[in-house]
Design a protein around this ligand. Structure first.
Ligand code: NDP
Ligand code: ZN
Length: 377
């Protein structure tokens, strides 16, 4: 069987212009990197680790631009390693598989999100919560890969990636492939807390920040039958929220619209990437309700919560959520494809990454940029 798979892999590689990598050799890669925190994206050549026996080599087709990419490459969460190739919303085709791989064969679609490895042995990994691996998960870029000589990982704004099959997500052939990549971060990060809170029919859910993550939260919550209110700072997305099934849109810059919303929501999911007042959202929770925070502003813009307000608003909870584990990411992908839930995307060539970053920060994108990696020379 293996020789047939290897031959198939070589044939596919030749067809796509990519020669299968020699066993045990590092894989050459081309990407777009930032060389300093205030720089511009430039082409960058580097190496991926060799395709190990449990690994797959994926030829990347599309990579989403997440606001986390912007926080990271600008060192807004602390110093980053440069050059840095960001991108943790990745989809492409498998072009080569290691000897022990059973989940994929050459030619399959595969997705990669925010993680590329974890120990697999600790309680959290065994529970499918690899993002909380007790030995530390290896994140897709800018992370020390202790399983491969401590090399710093590089992300998806590139032509290929090598990853353990355990961290690659199966994507069916009938998926709307140019819209799939953002599901691996924006999708799972919003799907997971809604599932954890068992959001269902008639539950009142608020979504604060209606961008890449926020619009996915709206789509998932609506699909579960929830009664969704969206909070953002612009008028331009009001109609989009209603079109996606929200019952109400609140422009928080207009205090009139905030009236009458106290003691209302079972869950509010905050995806806001800038400074804001979380206590305002805690006040809008029903007794026992929960504010779940996923948005992570720059270190110098992080808001804090007045604990006095928490005491007097007893039993309302505030928690955080970090992406989702691999089994749940596969579940989210299957759910999304089965229900036709995809992000609203604008596909751009690699030459427009700098402009796209400006637009995300300025609120000029509806709702997610996806880079077409075939536009890379
Ligand atoms: P986007 O920039 O796409 O979306 C953010 C949205 O928040 C925009 O619509 C923006 O409005 C809106 N917004 C900004 N300020 C406010 C405010 N004060 N009140 C209400 N809305 C506001 O970002 P992403 O969705 O890609 O990411 C959101 C955050 O989530 C980032 O901090 C990111 O790092 C974090 N993140 C966290 C993850 C986790 O696992 N916890 C995973 C992935 C991302 P406008 O467009 O008009 O500016
Ligand atoms: Zn992300």
């Amino acid at each position: 069987m293996k020789p047939i798979i290897t031959l198939l892999s070589i044939a596919l590689g030749l067809l796509s212009g990519h020669i299968a990598q020699a066993e045990g050799q590092p894989v050459p890669a081309k990407g777009y990197a930032l060389f300093s925190e205030d720089g511009h994206f430039k082409p960058y050549e580097f190496e991926r680790h060799a395709v190990g026996e449990n690994d797959v080599l994926i030829e990347i087709m599309y990579a989403g631009i997440c606001h986390s990419d912007i926080h990271t490459v600008r060192s807004e969460w602390g110093p980053s390693h440069y050059p840095i190739v960001p991108g943790h919303e990745i989809v492409g085709r498998v072009t080569q598989v290691g000897d022990n791989v059973t989940k994929f064969k050459p030619g399959d679609y595969a997705g990669v999100g925010c993680m590329v490895n974890a120990c697999g042995e600790c309680d959290n990994c065994k529970a499918g919560l690899e993002q909380f691996c007790e030995k530390g998960a290896v994140f897709t870029y800018g992370s020390k890969d202790k399983y491969h000589g401590n090399a710093i990982t590089q992300g998806g704004y590139s032509n290929n990636i090598v990853v353990s099959e355990d961290f690659a997500i199966k994507v069916p052939e009938d998926a709307e492939i140019e819209k799939v990549a953002p599901l691996f971060c924006a999708g799972i990060t919003t799907y997971s807390p809604l599932e954890y809170a068992h959001i269902g029919e008639g539950d009142k859910v608020g979504v604060a920040g209606f961008g890449g993550l926020g619009h996915m939260a709206v789509k998932y919550a609506v699909s579960k039958g929830a009664d969704v209110t969206v909070f953002d700072i612009t008028e331009e997305k009001r109609q989009d929220a209603l079109d996606m099934g929200a019952v109400k849109y609140v422009n928080v810059r207009n205090p009139e619209e905030l009236k009458g919303l106290q003691n209302n929501f079972k869950l509010i999911l905050s995806t806001i990437p800038a400074h804001y007042d979380p206590t305002m959202y805690v006040r809008m929770l029903e007794m026992g309700g929960e504010l779940v925070i996923v948005g992570l502003p720059a270190n110098d813009q992080r808001p804090s919560i007045d604990i006095g307000s928490l005491v007097f608003m007893s039993r309302r909870k505030v928690s955080g959520s970090l992406i989702g584990g691999i089994p749940e990411t596969q579940e989210m992908l299957d759910y999304s494809v089965a229900h036709g839930i995809y992000p609203e995307v604008e596909v751009i060539p690699v030459g427009q990454i700098d402009e796209a970053y400006r637009n995300v920060v300025d609120g000029e994108v509806k709702f997610r940029y996806v880079i077409d990696m075939s536009t890379m020379q």
